[in-house]
Design a protein around this ligand. Structure first.
Ligand code: HEC
Ligand code: HEC
Length: 275
């Protein structure tokens, strides 16, 4: 019952803000989670063949550093999120706070999730309630560094960005939805320097593939590619010279992006201040 009331409130809110986007839907949530948002790039267990299809969103160890051991929990209906209301689950995703008040740790990209629109957030929650329950307990994270007291002030409402092949919608997709900007921005002591080094790259990722370095995705880094080439790189992971992108670029997810959404992201990347 709580769930229905909350979703109705969200739907009414988005109508009041202009009603440009449709009401929240499982389909929209499915599309976002499994394409550009790529929640499974952290939350789905990895086997020798890649993501384990039968254990989608069942949780796994994401990153082990001296500072922390980050384990993305099981977020299927078999995880502890099953006991949370939809509003509580939404708050966890957008604000990084659990119902018990504890703060959720990195590297879940809360720097940008605070900008998820009410409609998209509600859609993601609706979809997570429909995924197959996966019986898996990946364990618990340990942080040796203090987590921030909060990822930002409490959020009441975020309006939709009108969907279209525009740099504005691309910015929304590459930021709050897809967190492309978090990986591709130079890291400082406080995390990604989104204000001063947006898209400048430089962050290193270590894994079975060795070390990959997030590319500069401002016009300085991407000037050698046409728009069509850039779209192909993002959705296939193959550059015009035939070389393949290393993880953690989540190509398997980005391959499912709608062509218009890819174009919007490309327009946005072209509009970034050159770094
Ligand atoms: C870059 C990796 C990463 C991505 C991408 C990511 N998460 Fe997470 N998520 C984590 C980690 C790690 C934790 C646990 C942090 C901790 O233990 O404090 C977490 C925690 C959570 C929690 C809290 C669950 C609980 O039981 O405490 C929820 C809900 C969640 N994520 C949902 C999502 C959704 C939905 C998406 C996609 C929109 C997503 N996450 C994308 C890494 C990620
Ligand atoms: C989890 C971190 C992460 C996320 C999220 C991410 N990237 Fe990347 N990206 C990387 C890394 C690391 C590389 C370098 C791979 C390599 O060198 O093989 C890369 C490479 C690229 C390249 C190739 C650039 C070149 O010069 O060849 C493009 C383009 C790109 N990313 C765009 C995007 C877009 C668009 C998104 C969001 C839809 C995105 N990335 C999300 C980490 C990430």
């Amino acid at each position: 019952m709580k769930r229905i009331l909350w979703l109705a409130a969200i739907a009414a809110g988005s109508l009041a803000v202009g009603g440009a986007n449709a009401a929240p839907s499982v389909e929209r949530g499915d599309y976002l989670v499994n394409s550009i948002a790529a929640c499974g790039s952290c939350h789905t267990p990895l086997g020798p063949e890649g993501y384990v299809a039968t254990q989608e969103l069942g949780g796994r160890l994401v990153e082990e550093t001296p500072a922390f051991t980050a384990i993305a929990p099981n977020i299927t209906p078999a995880g502890r999120v099953k006991d949370w209301t939809d509003a509580e689950l939404a708050k966890a995703i957008r604000e990084g706070v659990r119902p018990d008040g504890s703060v959720i740790g990195m590297p879940m990209p809360f720097e940008v999730y605070k900008g998820l629109s009410d409609t998209d957030l509600a859609s993601i929650v609706m979809y997570l309630r429909t995924v197959p329950a996966v019986e898996n307990d990946p364990g618990t994270s340990a942080y040796n560094v203090p987590l921030p007291p909060a990822w930002g002030p409490p959020i009441t409402s975020v309006a939709d960005v009108p969907e279209g092949v525009t740099a504005e919608y691309g910015a929304y997709l590459a930021g709050p939805v897809g967190h492309c900007t978090v990986c591709h921005t130079t890291f400082g002591p406080q995390g990604p320097m989104l204000d001063t080094a947006l898209g400048a790259g430089g962050q290193e990722f270590h894994g079975p593939w060795g070390t990959s370095v997030a590319a500069n995705i401002t016009p300085t880094g991407l000037s050698g590619y046409s728009d069509a080439e850039l779209a192909t790189i993002i959705t296939t992971g193959v550059r015009p010279n035939g070389s393949r992108l290393l993880p953690p670029m989540s190509i398997g997810h980005y391959a499912k992006m709608k062509p218009n959404d890819v174009q919007a992201v490309v327009l946005y990347l072209r509009s970034l201040p050159a770094k």
